[in-house]
Ligand binder design. Sequence first.
Ligand code: GDP
Length: 172
Amino acid sequence: APQIALAGRSNVGKSSLVNRLAGRKALAKISSKPGKTRSLNYYRVDPDGYYLVDLPGYGYAKCSKQERIKWAKLIEAYITGNTHLKAVAVLLDARLSPQKLDLELTGYVRGLSIPVIPVLTKADKPKQRELAQLQKQWQDILQQDRPPLLFSSKTGKGEEKLWARLGEYAGL
Ligand code: GDP
């Protein structure tokens, strides 16, 4: 079945987003298969049948180089040669200008010819004008024909659009 990965820096709001999404569609947590790494969480979207794969949060400012290398290896092992992977939803903190680690991650995924679905989280925080500016900035960086989605786990903003976008990439 198709898979869409969820990635983002620690504290970007990923677990809040997953919880919020689970309020609208059934997400069945799948215990990882024997032999597969346990740091990946698989959720089957019912009844659609595709999987959301929650990748561990990366790159706390303080995290050591060794931890980063470990993360990169895990992600690489997951992504490389995974024909089920249709896109990576990269969560980006709407309160921050593009961060080095986010640029590295999006660049890496794009370099593997895997579509990036950018999602600006915590979109309840910044002013509308600042959000629009950040959307344009990311759209230019990623060279996409649509601006990043806005999402708030707090208000539910963007929830329906995100589900629609995920379904689109999952081939529904
Ligand atoms: P994770 O580390 O990426 O899983 O991030 P969490 O989901 O644990 O969220 C990190 C922090 O951001 C917590 O303090 C959340 O309450 C806060 N947070 C998450 N989503 C939102 C949001 O949509 N709006 C606001 N204002 N805060 C959020």
